[in-house]
Design a protein around this ligand. Structure first.
Ligand SMILES: [Zn+2]
Length: 390
């Protein structure tokens, strides 16, 4: 029901959304630049300049990540894949493609333009930085002295250029679902002709790399030097954390492909529960608990008034009402009203519906046909179907 984030509007017909977790990263990056990176490079600047440059750098970094994602999405559109939205979250962005690419070539092209964009931006920013730096005599200066001689904007672009190149390199790590893993999958797919097997291989490689990250990170945190890095507690923990995240993402995206395979060509109608028990909005909560919730194994009941679906009531809604008020409140007072409901049509794709159930973390979707309730698609019915085939 509540998918966290802020909509920024549309670009090229694609809605751009920022996940809440992104604000956390924004603050972290700005803070680290303002009190760590810039002061150590440029001790001469005053604190206000440090902070202004840090905020500007974070915003431009955000713009760079967005450009990377837009490159994926625009290429997807060119190759005929519909793109609904781009979500910018903790570790960058995710372009929500509505389905898997139709061919290895499409996947390769859609993927590779992202890192290329980051490389180009990185090169461009480094070039701007060197132009702004003008002709500082490099001879006889140490790296620190050279960097300290840069003006605010030259330093800003130096950082932006380096971070974009780092972004490109990190994304090219061949662990699915990172860009590098997708490139690997597209090549395996072209060779074997089998999407599922290629995904499994790419995600196994991804998990392997993730474990290398985790182990190297833990070793670094305990004081071992992992070339080219120095031993560092914070650096090591970061590396391990990124590894843990990659491992999870690799496993999940493989699972998605398996599920997609098992739900292939199945529509909602086949999996939904027909004629689910319904309640009236005027039913007292006491009555709902005794005669519906405790008498069936349902978690949610569609609320119908004069043959019209007006909402849904589930265990969570009832839980919010103190027991002393059960006899004073009616279903209509505490249900999720129609306007806030998600629903599906009987002929919609079951995979599509399942993804909506997963992403919104709900247990069921009412199935509506021409404005009428025809069934209830429950998560556990989909899981039962998946169980039948595993
Ligand atoms: Zn990418």
């Amino acid at each position: 029901m509540f998918s966290g984030g802020i909509n920024l509007g549309k670009l090229f017909g694609i809605s751009i959304k920022i996940d809440w977790s992104w604000f956390f990263i924004f603050l972290l990056v700005t803070w680290q630049l303002a009190v760590g990176v810039f002061p150590s490079l440029q001790p001469e600047w005053n604190t206000i300049i440090h902070w202004l440059m840090a905020i500007l750098a974070s915003l431009m970094f955000f713009g760079s990540v967005l450009a990377h994602e837009l490159a994926h999405s625009l290429m997807a559109k060119v190759r005929g894949l519909p793109v609904r939205r781009i979500t910018l979250f903790l570790f960058g962005g995710v372009s929500n493609l509505e389905r898997e690419p139709a061919s290895p070539l499409t996947e390769f092209l859609v993927t590779i333009v992202g890192p290329i964009t980051s490389f180009v931006l990185g090169g461009l920013f480094l070039y701007i930085s060197s132009t702004l730096a003008g002709d500082i005599a490099i001879e006889g200066l140490s790296a620190t002295q050279f960097l300290a001689g840069l003006g605010p904007f030259a330093s800003l672009f130096l950082w932006l250029g380096s971070i974009n190149i780092l972004l490109a390199v990190f994304n090219l790590v061949p662990g699915f679902p990172l860009d590098g893993g997708r490139v690997l999958r597209s090549i395996l797919w072209a060779v074997t002709g089998n999407l599922k097997r290629s995904t499994r291989l790419a995600s196994m490689v991804g998990q392997g790399i993730a474990w290398v990250f985790i182990i190297a990170g833990i070793a670094m945190a305990f004081g071992f030097a992992i070339p080219p890095f120095q031993p560092s507690l914070i650096g090591g923990l970061w590396l391990a954390f990124i590894g843990w995240f990659l491992n999870m993402a690799a496993a999940q995206s493989y699972q998605q492909v398996v599920i997609r395979d098992l739900l292939e060509g199945v529509n909602v109608e086949r999996l939904m529960r027909r004629e689910p028990p319904i309640v009236s909005p005027y039913t007292e909560i006491n009555h709902l608990v005794d005669d519906f919730i405790m008498r069936t194994d349902e978690h949610a009941f569609p609320v119908v008034d004069e043959d019209r679906l007006v909402g849904i009531i589930c265990l969570d809604d009832v839980r919010k009402v103190p027991r002393s008020e059960w006899e004073h409140k009616q279903v209509g007072d505490v249900m999720t009203p129609y306007e806030r409901l998600e629903f599906v049509g009987p002929r919609e794709d079951a995979m599509e519906a399942f993804q909506r159930i997963q992403s919104r973390d709900i247990r069921q979707l009412p199935v509506i046909d021409r404005g009428e309730l025809v069934g209830l698609l429950r998560r556990r019915d989909i899981l039962k179907w998946l169980e039948l085939q595993q």
